[in-house]
Design a protein around this ligand. Structure first.
Ligand code: GAL
Length: 317
């Protein structure tokens, strides 16, 4: 393994530019890993990179921008607002993309705000026929009238998909089952951890159990991560248990990537190390999830890592 990446350091794409894919997500399709995330520079909202080895990232394009085609499928269709003469951007946060095999669409869900405050607390949808093309924006809405802030998407083994979002001013974490086309919420399956203020949800499955990591709400400042488990997404979720250290190694969960290789299956925690006031200084943390003798997940910090996608091994030092 000749390449190592350092957690929290500057990472560059194959053109030598800093990687901006914050609050992101990954999709493995057609031999490539696609990394989507926030890119707040200029007119951009969501960027997309791809890689065959999870170590070298090729910038593909800004798949959602203030100039993207917008179709009013949902309540609000504005992707850039006009403030007197000045164009003002909205906020698109934590974009997640999954593939719908039935309608052959790549479907993105994200958190939408009007760019002035965090009161919209809506979810936004965009779709594309290819993983890294220009996504068409379908607008934003509040699922069943509820707020939806920090969010994630999870596609289960039977292709049922779920949208999980912090609701009621972040007090509760709602789990919605999506319609078959992934274009709307079908029903609310949970209102988890009432009044516990959990955000930044990220889900993975290991040995028939589902795990959800999340954080407390302290804005850009990191805090103690926690996790819960369940035998199915719609089943009973456990209470929350601490994971990692008291700042989750100065990171907040973005998503998990499960890598199944010839020698190992690795669940990789991908967290944002936010730049805080200097948003563009935000960086990434990749860590392997280990399991202790009771089968409980453990998250340890390692300065550097290297990934072998063939064997599924996640090496650390
Ligand atoms: C964090 C949240 C981020 C962003 C930020 C804004 O709590 O996880 O996604 O919304 O607040 O202050």
């Amino acid at each position: 393994m000749d390449k190592w990446l350092e957690n929290g350091a500057d990472w560059f794409d194959t053109n030598g530019n800093l990687i901006h894919a914050h609050g992101g997500h990954m999709l493995h399709q057609g031999g490539y890993y696609y990394w989507y995330g926030e890119n707040r520079a200029d007119e951009n909202y969501v960027s997309c990179y791809r890689s065959t080895d999870l170590m070298n990232w090729e910038f593909r394009r800004n798949v959602l921008t203030a100039n993207s085609q917008a179709l009013r499928t949902r309540v609000r269709a504005d992707l850039s607002l006009f403030d007197k003469d000045k164009q003002k951007k909205v906020n698109i946060e934590r974009p997640k993309v999954i593939y719908n095999a039935k309608n052959k669409k790549y479907v993105m869900w994200a958190h939408y705000e009007n760019g002035s405050d965090y009161k919209c607390a809506a979810c936004a949808i965009a779709t594309c026929d290819t993983p890294d093309g220009d996504f068409v924006y379908h607008g934003s809405f509040n699922p069943f009238g509820y707020m939806a802030r920090d969010c994630t998407l999870y596609k289960d083994d039977d292709d049922t998909a779920y949208f999980i979002a912090a609701s009621r001013d972040n007090a509760d974490l709602h789990v919605y089952r999506l319609t078959e086309d992934y274009m709307n919420v079908e029903c609310t399956v949970h209102k988890l951890w009432q009044g516990e203020y959990r955000e930044a949800p990220a889900v993975f499955k290991h040995n028939a159990k589902y795990y959800m990591f999340n954080s407390y709400c302290t804005g850009w400042a990191p805090n103690q991560g926690q996790y819960a488990s369940a035998n199915s997404i719609e089943g009973r979720w456990s209470t929350l248990t601490n994971i990692g250290d008291d700042t989750t190694y100065k990171s907040q969960p973005a998503f998990f990537l499960t890598l199944t290789g010839t020698k190992a299956t690795s669940h990789i925690y991908i967290g944002d190390r936010w730049g805080g006031r200097d948003y563009h200084a935000s960086r990434y943390i990749f860590l392997p999830v280990a399991f202790d003798e009771n089968g409980s997940p453990v998250l340890n910090f390692y300065k550097k890592f290297s990934i072998n996608v063939e064997t599924g091994e996640f090496l650390t030092k």
